[in-house]
Design a binder for this molecule. Structure first.
Ligand code: NDP
Ligand SMILES: O=C1OC[C@@H](O)[C@H](O)[C@H]1O
Length: 380
């Protein structure tokens, strides 16, 4: 068997999502033979935390280390040590939203490729600057938007646009809400202003996935950006509490209504509805990890009221682990192939997401503390 390409990761921020990421890239998957993953270094502001993270989450390293193809992970007491580590090719940034821009910039300055957690940056201008730097330095950069790599998401695109199972899409309704407010402490990163909290920046991109697949990336949309209308309510900390993003696609005469809130829970078993001229699709899974949807076709010749919709088609495609390994595999292949951006989560994909967030924050008057955004200040 040919030797796999080995992605040599440096992890910064020994927190929750970093632990999910390393556990996923340590998971044995016999079907993946072309790439393997090594966690070369883990960096924390506290070296004992970095070592404890390794011991707990990746005692045997990533798949490449388990196969004896790379040395074991090392613990570092600063992020800069990870950026400078000679065995590291790509930095995974698992720090809080407000430092994504600075951390990514420092990684690029050290000549490393970058995979940065969502939201990639606090605003579109910061992201455009990172893309400029990466492009100049011929380095890869991508937002860690793992949902886009899930097989059911690709299947959804195929059903909608190749097979046209529900005809022309006319509307999308989505919800990703978690009752975090008054449950987590006010200064928690999820809700607090110091970490640019609130559901828009935390969950907003997920709520837009069905809209992006059904409308934005619909070939008939011809790449047009939607008009954005936002309704936002606030927490006592000044972050958003509930945000509804309405996206209108004039080329399709279609609208998406994407809701996210920390005041309530998303509806059980229906997280998104995609409505077309010939039927409807219901997505059942939480919108960050999409595995299951049902297609209901209208019966030709029957009215909506007469139609029993009794032949639904269920698409159910699960995958091992959380699924962060799917994005890690894609990144490894991209870097192996000399690409500077991923074909699914492109630089433009992230820029368009951040443009929408910026517009929502302007309309909702969600202003971040002075100095937090390193370039520009949205809504000020
Ligand atoms: N893709 C996905 O599904 C998910 C993505 N995320 C994204 O990942 C990022 C991190 O979220 P999460 O892992 O939940 O957060 P955590 O609080 O668990 O971890 C964040 C890490 O950031 C580092 N850090 C650096 N400066 C600070 C600071 N001043 N205060 C606190 N921590 C600091 C810490 O690492 P150390 O102490 O080791 O230096 C900490 O462990 C967020 O931007 C979030 O949007 C989060 C969850 C899921
Ligand atoms: O990205 C995320 O996905 C899962 C959520 O629970 C978490 O808050 C968020 O950061």
């Amino acid at each position: 068997m040919a030797t796999p390409y080995i992605a040599k990761w440096g992890i910064i921020g020994a927190g929750w999502i970093s632990s999910m990421f390393v556990e996923d890239i340590a998971l044995a998957r016999p079907d993946v033979t072309d790439v393997a993953h090594a966690v070369a270094a883990v960096g924390s502001r506290d070296i004992t935390k970095a070592q404890a993270f390794i011991d707990k989450h990746i005692p045997n390293g990533g798949t490449a280390q388990q196969a004896g193809l790379a040395p074991p992970p090392v613990a570092c007491g600063s992020y800069q040590e990870v950026f400078d580590h000679p065995d590291v090719d790509i930095i995974y940034i698992g720090t809080l939203h407000p430092t994504h821009y600075d951390d990514a910039k420092a990684a690029l300055a050290a000549g490393k490729h970058v995979l940065v957690e969502k939201p990639a940056t606090l605003n579109a201008a910061e992201w455009a600057d990172l893309v400029r730097i990466a492009t100049e330095k011929k380095l890869f950069i991508m937002e860690a938007f793992w949902t886009r790599f899930q097989p059911a998401v690709q299947a959804l695109w195929d059903k909608l646009h190749k097979d046209k199972v529900i005809g022309n899409v006319t509307a999308v309704h989505t919800d990703f809400s978690v009752p975090n407010y008054n449950v987590l402490p006010d200064d928690h990163r999820i809700v607090g202003l110091a970490a640019a909290g609130g559901p828009l920046l935390d969950l907003g991109a997920y709520t837009m996935v069905p809209a992006r697949i059904a409308l934005h990336d619909n070939p008939d949309n011809k790449g047009a950006v939607p008009t954005v209308t936002c309704a936002m309510s606030k927490t006592r900390m000044g972050t958003d509490l509930s945000t509804t993003i309405v996206l209108d696609y004039p080329n399709l005469d279609a609208r998406a209504c994407c809701n996210t809130s920390f005041a309530t829970r998303f509806p059980h078993d229906t997280t998104a509805t995609i409505i077309g001229t010939g039927g409807q699709i219901i997505i059942h899974s939480v919108l960050c990890r999409i595995t299951k949807f049902t297609i209901f076709r209208f019966t030709p010749g029957k009215t909506r009221e007469e139609d029993k919709w009794d032949t639904p088609e269920v698409v159910d495609i699960d995958f091992p682990g959380t699924g962060l390994n799917l994005e890690a595999d894609a990144v490894a292949r991209d870097i192996r192939d000399g690409k500077l951006e991923d074909p699914l989560v492109t630089h433009k994909y992230t820029l368009e997401t951040l443009d929408i967030f910026d517009e929502c924050r302007r309309q909702g008057k969600y202003v971040l503390p002075e100095g937090m955004e390193k370039i520009g200040r949205v809504g000020a």
